[in-house]
Design a protein around this ligand. Structure first.
Ligand SMILES: Nc1nc2c(ncn2[C@@H]2O[C@H](COP(=O)(O)OP(=O)(O)OP(=O)(O)O)[C@@H](O)[C@H]2O)c(=O)[nH]1
Ligand SMILES: [Mg+2]
Length: 312
């Protein structure tokens, strides 16, 4: 709990602009997370004997930050199918490179697939791959898979598409699924929907910022201006700022946020920009792809180096 509180303190304490209430937010976050996450880890352990396969959903915009580094240890002996979700919001060429990289580097028996919200072809491919990986392990039994991943990555949405109906509850905030639920996808494939899980311990700062920007951490867990400034830095470096923000002399993120506030009419009485409201709007726009399809990470290059990606 102390570790999580430390991470939250960083995200709120380092806010460059207009930060208030950081202590209150850190406290709220530190009581919200550990209980939920411990429950999910318990659910994974309890239900492991029932499943032959694990499907891990990771946001295609930042697969490294999203994938649980200790997942194989949590689910011994089970093949893992990694699904790069929300691929409709990621740079398609970077996603193709992630698929190639993960396919090449994952243990044999594991798989990788892409999900872009609902395309039939992708959904059939994921279902086919899940059955294939599951049946390779136990040929006659129905394939039972648990679907894991960080909060809000799209686990329940994927399950609903695989099942062909909206049976699992979904929503655009973390923590929508609260308990476990079994759902049938047909043709011998059964899926266990679970609440999101975060790796316990302190997240490295760049990872925490990416998760906050992509909607994985609850809003009360971080200072939104800090995350908006991070997004503006990424957009500026990638030359992907919207034209109305590029007009002035200003190129530093703080000035860009002020300009965004003015352009969007987020001003307080007296005409001062309301940076907190502007930041929340900017982060929302980024999450919904209003700045275009954007990947935050690319796979390591041939020399084994990994780096965030800035180009879209
Ligand atoms: N654009 C896009 N949005 C998606 C995709 N998958 C899910 N979403 C949206 O992402 C949000 C979260 O989806 P959920 O399926 O509820 O996520 P979850 O992982 O089950 O979340 P928790 O139950 O809170 O852990 C919802 O608003 C979905 O509509 C996708 O592939 N593309
Ligand atoms: Mg869910």
């Amino acid at each position: 709990m102390a570790l999580l509180a430390g991470k939250m303190a960083w995200l709120s304490g380092a806010a460059g602009a207009g930060g208030t209430g950081g202590g209150r937010r850190a406290a709220a976050a530190s009581t919200w997370f550990p209980g939920e996450m411990a429950k999910t880890r318990r659910l994974i352990r309890e239900n492991l004997p029932l499943v032959g396969l694990v499907i891990e959903v990771a946001d295609a915009r930042a697969p490294r930050a999203m994938r649980h580094p200790g997942l194989k240890g949590l689910v011994p002996g089970r093949p893992v199918l990694t699904v790069l979700g929300k691929a409709d919001l990621a740079d398609p060429s970077v996603t193709r490179r992630w698929v190639e990289f993960l396919g090449r580097t994952s243990p044999s028996g594991d798989g990788v697939a892409v999900f872009s919200g609902g395309r039939g072809r992708e959904v059939r491919a994921i279902a086919g791959l899940a059955r294939e990986l599951g049946r390779a392990r136990s040929p006659r039994a129905p394939v039972r898979a648990m679907v894991v991943g960080l909060p809000n990555v799209g686990k329940s949405t994927l399950i609903n598409r695989l099942c062909g109906r909206a049976s699992a509850r979904t929503g655009d905030r973390p923590g929508v699924t609260r308990g476990k639920q079994w759902l049938r996808a047909g043709d011998g494939l059964e899926l266990l929907d679970l609440p999101g899980i975060l790796v316990p311990g302190r997240l490295p700062d760049p990872v925490a910022l990416r998760l906050a920007l992509l909607g994985i951490l609850p809003d009360h867990a971080f200072e939104v201006t800090r995350v908006a400034l991070f997004a503006l830095d990424l957009l500026a470096e990638a030359h992907r700022l919207p034209a109305e923000l590029c007009r002035g002399e200003e190129s530093a993120a703080f000035g860009l946020l002020e300009r965004f506030a003015e352009v969007r009419g987020h001003v307080r009485s007296g005409g001062r920009p309301d940076l907190e409201r502007a930041a929340a709007a900017l982060v929302r726009d980024f999450r919904e792809g209003r700045f275009g399809r954007f990947s935050l990470e690319r796979p390591p290059d041939d020399a084994g180096r990994g780096a965030p990606v800035h180009a879209g």
